[in-house]
Design a protein around this ligand. Structure first.
Ligand code: ADP
Ligand code: ZN
Length: 514
């Protein structure tokens, strides 16, 4: 097959008239035998960038991929396009047959799991076989800095060293700057091999606001939306509770989470894919591999794991190019919980990366400027400062300086020995002689009654910002103590501003006549 040009392969094998975005550039590099890292959003067409060189270059294309289930999907769809493909995983019982076909040069593509790729026998197998390329899918898994590190991926390096002559193509949809640099270094790809492609989803309108009675907020939001949508909730329990509330409001809704029987999950997916107005309330287990281009909105009932996760989850909206809405409701307690998890459950070496990821999210939710610009900068692009299609661009939020009240709140937490929740601290700042205040003797503190009427209105939004910034941390009972972000604020080195949310018409971009 090797005298076919990439464009021939695109047209005859895949039936597409032209390359999209930067596909041709990636393929050209592979064809020229050079190592590359392609960072392209989901749906950009990464698979073709290794499938086509595998068809057009001499030898088999080796694809290292982390998920056995996805590998089998890819083998099936490659075979449907007439490509000779097979997978070599612990779940395949035709391994000998696959190895025989590979040796005989009868495979265009061979998918392998990383743990197999690193075995001595596999290295021997590829040592003197003609290889078209080595593709490393989901390449962010190689980086400890990335959001989905897999120790198995570390061993890929050893495999690559066996065949330095074969062009490498690392692929990922999600890699911030740090992770990208790490992938390049780990996989021996030169800096000039980085190809970063269009992350913008201009038809998605982004909106973010603090959570304040999530059921009511969600119902109000959904009432402004037409068409099918996904709501991401934070627990199985919450998916069920919210699905009932939405269904009761008259909109078809279902819950979806990993705790449901497989048949029930499959039935829910099928119903959603064919529905024109259903709301799927799901944990993040839902979405991968769901092919539904007309999802009109994605709402988050709580903070996603990272900007990468947020981008990926919201990216399931509007894949048909028509207007769609991404609405996020976040709570300060989401940040506290995430920070506690990092400090208690995450391995020491991975904490800096996780903290940076959370801080990036805090920057996004607290932002008063364009949300899209923040997202695109995060993915390494240089966007215009305003997009005209996010909440902050559509109705710029009023912002007030709250540094003074932030200091008073921090002092109140400090003077009360950093054990009390926001309600009690507000009573202290307001000078209320409640039983608890008297019982603790807090009416004698210098911070008792030092906040004005105006300032008191800002205490809760300020607490939210302080928690997002890790200046205040909440324990399991809501007791607030200092985090590393407290000092610069107390020392007057950092200001605190809070956004006063105007009563926005939610999802105003997509009115009913749209
Ligand atoms: P990714 O791996 O980047 O998420 P895929 O490789 O799964 O994306 O491709 C997404 C979809 O786009 C697939 O249905 C694929 O066939 C299609 N596609 C890829 N390249 C092109 C192209 N040049 N023209 C039209 N459709 C394309
Ligand atoms: Zn904007």
């Amino acid at each position: 097959m090797s005298d076919m040009t990439p464009l021939d392969a695109l047209r005859t094998t895949f039936g597409y008239p032209a390359f999209r975005g930067r596909q041709a550039e990636v393929i050209d590099r592979v064809m020229a035998g050079r190592h590359s890292l392609a960072v392209m959003p989901t749906g950009a067409g990464k698979s073709l960038t290794y499938q086509i060189p595998a068809l057009c270059r001499e030898g088999t294309g080796l694809v290292i991929s982390p998920l056995i289930a996805l590998m089998h999907d890819q083998v099936r769809s490659a075979e449907a396009a007439g490509i000779r493909a097979a997978a070599l995983t612990s779940a395949d019982d035709n391994r000998e047959e696959t190895i025989r076909r590979f040796r005989a040069g009868d495979l265009d593509l061979l998918y392998v799991a990383p743990e197999r790729a690193n075995t001595e026998s596999f290295r021997r197998l590829i040592a003197d076989q003609t290889l078209a390329l080595i593709a490393i899918d989901e390449a962010h898994c190689v980086s400890e800095w990335g959001h989905d590190f897999r120790p198995d991926y570390r061993t890929i390096k050893g495999l690559l060293e066996v065949r330095p002559d074969v062009p490498r193509l690392a692929l990922t949809a999600t890699a911030d700057q740090h992770t990208r640099a790490d992938i390049l270094a780990q996989l021996g790809i030169p800096d000039e091999g980085l190809i970063l492609a269009g992350f913008d989803r201009p038809n998605i309108s982004y909106a973010i606001e603090p959570r304040d009675g999530i059921t009511k907020q969600l119902l109000a939001f959904i009432a402004t939306q037409t068409g099918p949508g996904i709501v991401y909730a934070q627990s199985r329990n919450e998916t069920e509770k919210l699905a009932v509330a939405i269904a009761t409001s008259g909109r078809p809704a279902r819950a979806y989470h990993a705790g449901l029987e497989p048949q029930i999950r499959a039935a829910a997916s099928r119903a959603f894919v064919s529905s024109e107005d259903m709301v799927m309330v799901a944990t993040i287990a839902f979405g991968m591999g769901i092919d539904k281009p007309d999802v009109r909105f994605v709402a988050h009932a709580g903070l996603p794991k990272s900007i990468e996760a947020y981008y990926q989850e919201t990216g399931r909206a509007g894949r048909d190019g028509d207007p769609a809405v991404a609405q996020l409701f976040w709570g300060a307690e989401d940040f506290s919980r995430a920070r506690r998890r990092i400090e208690s459950e995450v391995e020491e070496a991975r904490r800096p990366g996780e903290r940076a990821r959370l801080n990036a999210l805090a920057g996004l939710v607290e932002a008063t400027g364009c949300r899209r610009a923040i997202l695109l900068r995060h993915f390494g692009e240089t966007p215009p400062p305003a997009c005209g299609n996010c909440d902050n661009c559509l109705s710029p939020p009023a912002q007030v300086d709250a540094t003074e009240i932030a200091r008073k709140l921090l002092s109140a937490a400090f003077r009360t020995e950093m054990r009390f929740g926001i309600g009690h601290l507000i009573d202290v700042l307001a000078g209320k002689e409640t039983d608890k205040v008297i019982g603790q003797g807090h009416q004698r503190l210098s911070v008792f009654g030092i906040a004005s009427e105006e300032e008191l209105k800002l205490v809760r939004p300020v607490a939210r910002v302080l928690m997002a910034r890790d200046a205040l941390r909440a324990d399991d009972f809501g007791g607030l103590s200092f985090g590393p972000g407290a000092r610069p604020i107390l020392k007057g080195e950092e200001a605190v501003a809070v956004v006063l949310p105007p009563k926005r018409a939610r999802g105003s971009r997509r009115s009913r006549d749209a």
